[in-house]
Design a protein around this ligand. Structure first.
Ligand code: NI
Length: 175
C-alpha cells in the first residue's frame, strides 16, 4: 500500500472524464487500497476520487467516519444516481482546493447504484452530507469541480481561515 500524491486545481487530470472500470483485477485492488490509505492520511477527509490521485477512472472511496473509525468505508465503482430529491445549498470543501469552501446546490437525498471493488452491484440511499459527498465525488469522476457548481464567485466561493487540515468535505460548515 502507498499514500498517493493528491492533484490540486488546475491540474488537467482533474478535468478528465473517468473511464468505466471493466476489470476487477489486482491493479484495481491495489489502486483502491492505496486510495483508502491516502484518504485516511488526510485527517478528517471523507472522500477521495481517482482523478485526485491522477487516475481518470470511475472510482471513488468514502468514509463518513474517517476521522474516528473505519467502519463506514465504501468503495464506489461505475456509480450512477438512480433517484434524486430537490436541491438545497450546502457548503463543501475539496482536497484539490485546499484553500477554499464553496456553497453548492445539490439534491439532499439520493439513491446511488455502484459496484464495489469486487464488481458486486449495490444500491444505497443517502441524505444530507453523505448525499452531498457522493455527488461531489461523482462530479470528480466526470471532470467536474465544485468551482463549476457555484452561482457566484463573490458569494459562493469562500477562502478558508485558518488553513484547514481536512479539506474534502469534512468540515463543520458542511451541513
Ligand atoms: Ni473534491
Amino acid at each position: 500500500m502507498a499514500i498517493l500524491k493528491i492533484y490540486k486545481y488546475p491540474h488537467p487530470v482533474l478535468r478528465a472524464v473517468g473511464e468505466r472500470v471493466t476489470a476487477f483485477d489486482e491493479t484495481l485492488q491495489t489502486l483502491v487500497a492505496d486510495m483508502i490509505e491516502t484518504l485516511y492520511a488526510c485527517t478528517g477527509a471523507i472522500g477521495l476520487a481517482a482523478q485526485q490521485v491522477g487516475q481518470p477512472l470511475q472510482v471513488f472511496v468514502m468514509d463518513m467516519a474517517a476521522a474516528s473509525t473505519k467502519d463506514q468505508l465504501r468503495v464506489y465503482i461505475n456509480p450512477e444516481i438512480v433517484q434524486a430529491s430537490r436541491n438545497k445549498t450546502m457548503r463543501e470543501g475539496c482536497l484539490s482546493f485546499p484553500e477554499y469552501l464553496a456553497n453548492v446546490k445539490r439534491p439532499q437525498k439520493i439513491t446511488v447504484k455502484a459496484q464495489d471493488q469486487w464488481g458486486q452491484w449495490f444500491e444505497q440511499e443517502a441524505t444530507m452530507l453523505e448525499a452531498v459527498c457522493i455527488q461531489h465525488e461523482m462530479d470528480h469522476l466526470n471532470g467536474v469541480l465544485m468551482i463549476d457548481r457555484i452561482e457566484s464567485l463573490k458569494t459562493d466561493w469562500i477562502t478558508r481561515q485558518p488553513k484547514p487540515l481536512n479539506p474534502e468535505l469534512a468540515d463543520e460548515e458542511a451541513s
